[in-house]
Design a protein around this ligand. Structure first.
Ligand code: PAF
Length: 281
């Protein structure tokens, strides 16, 4: 079966309706394109878990701030489609702006609390944009499962919360972070790094791994965060938005390890590129 590309909600629903009629389960992998191994691992996970896989490609303007990289965000649909074809994905939904947001689309989905901290604080409006577009995609496609990478760990928690709050009948599944050999988490934005910045970038992962190990060994979270910020500034990052140890589900701050599943999350700029990463404790 070769990859089909559709651009309208009506065509998406016709395809998925056909699969449903044949008794197939459906997996959805929402993306903004510029697909790398991280995305493709989600596609493979979906192919394992569902009979049919639909990938979506939409660079969602509502999740970019006024000073962010919407205009230059990598757009490479033909290359993305070729990768999806090779993986055996069944359908690519690649709508235009007018299809996703006809007449400006006034409705906004917001997840205050979980969506207002960390990334939500550094990037006001970001999670409203994400929650709105993901809610739309889930309603449009009505998949059995939808997959999101743990690289955007807070995004995954926000989406799980939104789906629970709105009773959207879908199972949200996370996919493990895919990394370069030196630890740098794969991201579509890594292409912005200069060779010098690329050499420094793995320090982010090395630093939060050290925080996770030392927190598990009993050190204080605030002291570890301060240490990590210094490490990153010394390596050439700056500003550092946060390095923090949080409850893995609620993302509430933790002070000392007490066995609660926890996560170290960090965001920092390296030159003009903002990098995020996280590891489990
Ligand atoms: O993680 C992303 O690529 C985007 O935030 C998503 C989930 C596709 C929504 O636009």
């Amino acid at each position: 079966m070769s990859l089909e590309i559709v651009r309208t909600v009506a065509d998406l629903r016709a395809h998925i309706g056909g699969w449903r009629g044949d008794g197939h389960s459906v997996g959805l992998v929402p993306t903004m394109g510029a697909l790398h191994e991280g995305h493709l691992s989600l596609v493979r996970q979906s192919l394992d878990r569902a009979a049919r896989t639909c990938v979506t490609l939409f660079v969602n303007p509502k999740q970019f701030g006024p000073n962010e990289d919407l205009a230059v965000y990598p757009r490479e649909e033909a290359a993305d489609a070729a990768k999806l074809e090779t993986e055996g994905a069944h359908l690519l939904f690649a709508p235009g702006i007018e299809e996703m947001y006809p007449d400006g689309a006034a409705t906004k989905v917001s997840v205050p609390g979980l969506g207002g901290i960390l990334e939500g604080q550094s990037r006001p409006g970001f999670f409203d944009g994400v929650a709105t577009v993901v809610a739309k995609l889930l309603i449009q496609a009505q998949p059995d499962i939808a997959l999101f990478g743990e690289k955007d760990y807070q995004q995954l928690q926000v989406i799980k919360r939104m789906v629970a709050d709105l009773n959207i009948p879908v199972h949200i599944e996370g996919g493990a972070i895919v990394r370069e050999a030196d630890g740098l988490a794969l991201s579509s934005r890594n292409v912005y790094l200069s060779p010098e910045e690329r050499a420094v970038a793995p320090t982010l992962n090395a630093t939060i791994k050290a925080v996770a190990e030392r927190f598990a060994a009993g050190e204080d979270a605030a002291a570890l965060s301060a240490w990590a910020v210094d490490q990153l500034l010394e390596a050439g990052f700056g500003p550092v938005d946060y390095v923090t140890v949080r409850d893995a589900a609620s993302l509430e701050p933790l002070t000392r390890h007490d066995g609660t599943p926890s996560r170290v999350l960090a965001a920092a700029k390296l030159g003009r590129t903002r990098l995020i990463d996280n590891v489990a404790v």
